[in-house]
Every structure is written in C-alpha cells, then in structure tokens.
Design a protein around this ligand. Sequence first.
Ligand SMILES: [Zn+2]
Length: 134
Amino acid sequence: MKITKNTSKKRLDTIFSEFIRRRDADDKGFIRCISCGKVVHWKESDCGHYINRKHNSTRYDEQNCNAQCRSCNRFDEGNIQGYRKGLIKKIGEEATNLLEFKKYNACKLGQFEINILADEYRAKLKAIKQDKKI
Ligand SMILES: [Zn+2]
C-alpha cells in the first residue's frame, strides 16, 4: 500500500464517521438510531461509539460505531443502555461482549496507523457513495 500523504486524526474521524452513517442509511438516506430507534437523515446523525472513543483499540472498529441520533449521542451520553440493546440486536450478544474486552487491548495509533486507516476508509467511502445513491 502506498501512502501519499499524512492525514490528521480529526480528518480520519470525519471520513470514518461519514462512512459509518452512510453504511447504516437505507436507500432513501435515513438511519434508525442504534440507541432509541428514532429515524433521521444520515446527514443529521452522528457516528456513535459504543465503547468510548478515547479507547483507540475500538475507536475505528466498525462494530463499535453505529449511526445514532444527535440527541442520544450529544445530550444523553450516548444513551448507552439503549445502545447496548440495539447493538445486541444488530451484532449479537457475543460480539457485543467481545467489544467490551477489546477496549482494553493495547493499540498504537501513530501517524503511520492513521494514514493506513485513512486510505482504507477513503476507499470504503468512495465505494459506498457509488453503491448507494443517497
Ligand atoms: Zn437516539
């Protein structure tokens, strides 16, 4: 893989967030909040982390990140009990429990790792944009 430029962590967050929200959107562009079930347009949603994003090992984990309404993400501390229920429904209890252990894994997230993730998610975002016309 050829890395062409350095990407900031903030920029990677933006790319990853757009990918997650588009991934979770239906063909009309609407997402159902993982925590409360409210339906909003993906552009009006947030990329909510089940395991807090301060943990690098799950920060860019696609199972750990799901589209969420802004009210749950920003004003209800992620509505974590609702999130857990929604996540179990989506990925199962075992995978949800695994995330809770994965957060303790050591994870180096230096410039090199950020560049690789940025390239991966730029490509995934491009593909999903072509795939879904939303
Ligand atoms: Zn919500």
